[in-house]
Write a new protein. Structure first.
Length: 189
């Protein structure tokens, strides 16, 4: 397993060691001991989620408020996504900054997102299946989100090839079309 630090402390891109032969491939997608040894983070998942999205579906930017904030280990097992983690910790030196990485069934990369981040992704392939492990259970009362197109965050979503009738190049849920900006979220704290 190869662990790459990003520009934001605590966010890592993880590339597993993949064993390929004429039958296909095998890799260990998570090993708590190796993960902690290489990242310095104790991550104990208690919930495993999977979503399936059609091309140009954008989900995010989602998070759970304290005391139910979640760390996530995200991977794409079918297709490709543009995966984004935004630092929403007001005391952080990288507050409002983001990390983006392409995750796919070909590169097998994973993104570790610590607590205190909003997460979103854009399905780049005809269909994309995302799996993510979380260190806390889902709590509907703590569910929240930030606008995917917040101008202050200014995420460079790769939507230049998306076609009409998609809203601004992406398909969104009703919730995600009306999300608050990061400034609005912080002002309510």
């Amino acid at each position: 397993m190869e662990v790459e630090k990003t520009d934001i402390e605590g966010v890592f891109v993880i590339t597993p060691t993949v064993y390929k032969d004429s039958r296909g491939y095998f890799y260990e997608s998570f090993n708590e001991v190796e993960f902690q040894k290489k990242t310095g983070i104790a991550f104990y998942p208690v919930q495993d989620n999977q979503s399936c999205s059609n091309q140009w579906v954008l989900r995010g930017l989602h998070f759970q408020r304290e005391p139910y904030a979640q760390a996530k280990l995200v991977r794409c097992v079918v297709g490709e996504v543009y995966d984004v983690a935004v630092d929403i910790r007001p005391e952080s030196e990288t507050f409002g900054k983001y990390v983006a990485v392409r995750l796919s069934d070909e590169n097998h990369k994973q993104l570790f997102i610590p607590e205190g981040f909003a997460h979103g992704f854009l399905a780049m392939s005809d269909q994309a299946v995302l799996q993510y492990k979380c260190n806390d259970l889902y709590h509907p009362e703590a569910e929240d989100g930030i606008a995917w197109d917040d101008k202050d965050i200014n995420i460079n979503w790769p939507i230049e090839h998306a076609m009409w009738p998609i809203t601004k190049g992406v398909y969104l849920s009703k919730k995600d079309t009306n999300r608050q900006t990061l400034k609005e979220y912080i002002a309510k704290q």
